[in-house]
Design a protein around this ligand. Structure first.
Ligand code: THG
Length: 265
């Protein structure tokens, strides 16, 4: 189970402000806190920096790697910013993301081949966001072999079925669950990841929906999440759900978390 901490994202106002002010201490503290809370990878996104995005991404990678030892997830649609982030990253990075969109594929693939990061592959193509389970399976059917042919080991591939808000349609959650169940069977070695919080966009008590969705995703084979690791009830529920799903031998991790006082009810 892989946890990507999502909090260093410039779509959040405090982060946009901290980046604009080059508030290194604030961003570093947020990285450290996420790792202490259980994040295995820290997502870094500075998309609101627009024209300077590549330079800002390089700076962000530098300052975060000064204080944490975990890999970073370079979260940007801009190939220039992705390249800057990868060039500054020490060790094996993760990229967020490649897609089956022609231009995005052509621009990002050379970076994947040069830097050999783990790769989040969004299940979308030039047709836009996937509307159905079939759309996701069709795009995965192109992306997985194409990535493997390009030299990416299946273990480095993280397919993201793309979560849409329940407010858009009441079946948005079950479409992701069904896609995940089928992809898990079809590609046993490939990882499956999603961002939890899209599911709850525009609805009250969002964290409750994010938590319910996490448990259900885990039960159908999702093995990585982009989430807020500072949400203690969410992290506690994840530990419990892993134990119940048979992904925690002898409940050892669950028991250790309880003994360390990390679990909240
Ligand atoms: N898949 C992939 N990458 C992703 C996503 C995904 N990256 C972006 C996003 N989705 C996941 N990251 C975040 C980061 C921050 C927040 C939500 C998702 C966040 N949102 C606040 C909220 O939800 O209330 C709004 C901003 C605020 O804090 O004020 O914090 O699906 N591959």
């Amino acid at each position: 189970m892989l946890i990507v901490g999502e909090l260093i994202n410039s779509s959040r106002r405090p982060i946009a402000e901290a980046i604009a002010a080059r508030d290194k201490a604030y961003l570093q503290e947020l990285a450290v806190k996420q790792v202490e809370a259980g994040a295995h990878i820290i997502d870094v996104n500075c998309g609101t920096s627009l024209a300077q995005e590549a330079a800002v991404m390089a700076w962000l990678v530098d300052i975060v790697q000064e204080v944490v030892d975990v890999p970073l997830c370079i979260d940007t649609p801009s190939p220039a910013a992705m390249e800057a982030g990868l060039a500054h990253h020490k060790g094996k990075a993760m990229i967020n993301s490649i897609t089956a969109e022609r231009t995005r594929w052509e621009e990002v693939l050379p970076l994947v081949q040069r830097y050999k990061p783990s790769v989040i592959a969004l299940l979308m193509d030039d047709g836009g966001m996937p509307a159905t389970v079939e759309d996701r399976l069709r795009v995965a059917g192109r992306l997985v072999p194409a990535l493997v042919d390009a030299g990416v080991p299946e273990e480095d591939i993280y397919l993201d079925p793309l979560v849409k808000p329940l407010g858009v349609g009441s079946t948005c959650g079950v479409e992701v669950l069904e896609s995940t169940r089928i992809l898990r069977q079809k590609y046993p070695q490939v990882h499956l990841i999603c961002g939890l919080s899209n599911i709850s966009y525009g609805l009250p008590e969002r964290r409750l929906l994010n938590r319910a969705f996490m448990v259900m995703c885990l039960s159908v084979g999702m093995d990585a999440f982009i989430l807020d690791p500072l949400d203690r009830p969410l992290m506690s529920l994840l530990a419990a759900a892993k134990a119940v799903a048979g992904k925690d031998d002898y409940c050892l991790e669950y028991i250790a978390a309880a003994r360390a006082g990390k679990l909240v009810v």
